[in-house]
Design a protein around this ligand. Sequence first.
Ligand code: UDP
Length: 460
Amino acid sequence: MGPHVLIFPLPLQGPINCMLKLAEIMCIQQIKVTFIITQHIHRCLFHSSDAQAYSTKYDDAFRFKPIPDGLPQDHSRTVFEFSELMLSLGAVAPPILHQMLISTDSPTCVIADGLLSFATDIAAQTGVPLLYFDTISPSAIWTYMCLPKLIQVGDLPFKDDNLDECIRNVPGLEGIMRHRDLPSFCRGAIDFTDPQVDLVLKQVHHMPLSQGLILNTFQHLDAPILSQIRKLCPNIYTIGPLHAHRQTSYINSSSIWEEDWSCISWLDNQPSGSVLYVSIGSLCVMTKEDFFEILHGIVNSGSRFLWVRRPGSVAGLDPIDIPLELSRATEERGCTVSWAPQQEVLAHPAVGGFLTHSGWNSTLESVVAGKPMICWPHYVDQQVNSRFVEEMWKVGFDMKDSCDRVVVEKIVREIMELRKDEFLKRSIELSEAAVASVGEGGSSAAELNRLIDDIKYMKL
Ligand code: UDP
């Protein structure tokens, strides 16, 4: 029997995108894949014909294993209920995983999302090697790893009046990370009974217990952080940006919403570098007030824009609330869709910048496309990612904590006109490094080969 990997992502768009890419690479490399997803996500994916094609293309080598998440079918599963989803999945999934690991068709290895820490015990009981794949940014993972120390030395909790103070106890990030750049749940008193905090601290504890940690990054991008993480998890595979690996060309989409390709035709008719792409990913919800501040700022800047307004992404927004002058500007130089083929949008020559919530996948996709970013982070790793965009890589602005139309207008002008060349130059350099890393002889290509060999020959 050949090698067989069981891949278990979080039931969210970002992790599914990464893990499906990895699954496809494994299939191409003659490794059989069983892909565990929740029945809810399975239903969403199968709206997309690509997902259907994906499961048939690799016939024997790939199969989805849909499992219940324990929530009722009509549950809304919004970001506000993420903890509920994780608690429910944490109760339902372990016996199923255990059963799969002791079956006759048991895998040679499990690759589970870092937040699914129940996999540690099950892998140990069944003797199946376990790799964690953390699909958030290494800088956020490293920050998480430092949280117990920050709490121990009294750096956390901190008062909201010293948000700009630098943190001393995140080695490698001294002078860069401020209190305000820590994950949002660190603000105010840390609530250890909060399921989100519990999940993160468990993750930090369990990660080093696995045989290895897979990260969606490349050496050049995160070198100082990776050397810190290696101190706790010596065996890390830096195989990203996963979406940029050329061999993953078969699957076009792993979207759980239908993509509206009309925006590509719209982009085709816009001048080069003139459009600001705006998207806050698959989970974030902005307030109506913030929506109007951003829209006013962009409209006042005079920039063209393509805005992804995912249903429910602006709390309580009714289209008739939009004042006439904003509607007119949107008609004249804007385009709105409810879900876009984001990688194609970012690669389009008409796009000159990306106003993003700084989710890790969006950040990497922008890096690969060589597009400067305006970051407006919400939670989890986004606070850290946006700081890196501005302070470490210098490919954009971090708007964190200030959503004001005057600030938005100024930043959009800087990125799209006044300092366009400067930001573009650095973004293109970073893009070239990203593309080189997955190309022949690149660091991520080598790390991917090492991962594949380790799985094939079980040298874990
Ligand atoms: N995405 C997309 N179309 C959109 C908006 C987002 O395909 O209109 C994809 C995007 O390419 C990325 C993922 O959704 O791969 C979002 O992941 P990310 O980590 O950026 O943020 P999250 O949604 O997890 O907050």
